[in-house]
Design a binder for this molecule. Structure first.
Ligand code: KIV
Length: 253
């Protein structure tokens, strides 16, 4: 799809009912995100999410999914060593039914990515705002704004591709930097709060359906507005990603 210039759509999913609905609506990748710690479990951050939580929700989604790629997050502290990462990624695939795993981190994770890929595990790397680092970052803030930080992220993206990553996710980065990275790497780049030029877009399902508690992030859009129902809203999200109308300038940094 990257080669042919067709954009693809990703949404988070945490249970079988929504997974079946998103799958039927044409969402190409279902992400069992560790955002489930916030939107399902009610925590303030993703840090309390455990491997058992991820395996449970991945299994629920995978069971209901017929067409979409099932991508599952490796939660906080599950990749602290490369052996731990291999064991936990294996659990997500064998017990959770995931077809790809996602891990947060740049250069620090390159060796882990290499290790997983060597063992036949497809990997999505996650750069930019890494919610598992929220206490280190001091909040959920845009990343890569300063020229030096942008250059470091650009180098890290290339390093992760060289390490064998199959997919790259960029969260909350300036649109110009996301475009530069997307143009430079061969693997598909998925954006969230990263402007219109990435190869794909992802949203947290609850943001896309306007049911997130509190103020939604600026880069998200409530697709329920003007929709006949949830299935219609999801189809409109997919169509807007594909025709490039989402994200618009109001969702972009
Ligand atoms: O956990 C998650 O839902 C994510 C998205 C924000 C991309 O990683």
């Amino acid at each position: 799809m990257k080669a042919s210039g067709e954009k693809f759509a990703m949404l988070t999913a945490y249970d079988a009912s929504f997974a079946a609905l998103l799958d039927e609506a044409g969402v190409e990748v279902l992400l069992i995100g560790d955002s489930l710690g916030m939107v399902i479990q009610g925590h303030q951050t993703t840090l309390p999410v455990t491997m058992d939580d991820m395996v449970y929700h991945s299994r629920c989604v995978a069971r209901a999914c017929r067409y979409a790629l099932v991508l599952a997050d490796l939660p906080f502290m599950s990749v602290a060593t490369i052996d731990q990462a291999l064991h936990n990624a294996g659990r997500l695939m064998q017990e959770g039914g995931a077809q790809m795993v996602k891990l947060e981190g740049g250069a620090v994770q390159a060796e882990t990515v290499r290790h997983l890929v060597r063992h036949g595990i497809p990997v999505c790397a996650h750069l930019g705002l890494q919610p598992q680092l929220v206490h280190k970052l001091g909040g959920y803030r845009m990343q890569g704004r300063a020229a030096s930080a942008a250059e470091a992220m650009f180098q890290e993206a290339q390093g992760l591709e060289q390490a064998g990553a199959d997919l790259l996710l960029l969260e909350c980065v300036p649109a110009a930097l996301a475009k530069r990275i997307t143009d430079a790497v061969r693997i598909p780049v998925v954006g969230i709060g990263a402007g219109p030029d990435t190869d794909a877009q992802v949203l947290v399902l609850h943001d896309a359906l306007g049911i997130t508690a509190g103020k939604p992030p600026r880069f998200s859009k409530n697709f329920m507005h003007g929709s006949a129902g949830i299935g219609d809203a999801v189809q409109r999200f997919v169509a807007a990603v594909k025709d490039g109308s989402f994200p618009g300038p109001e969702h972009t940094f």
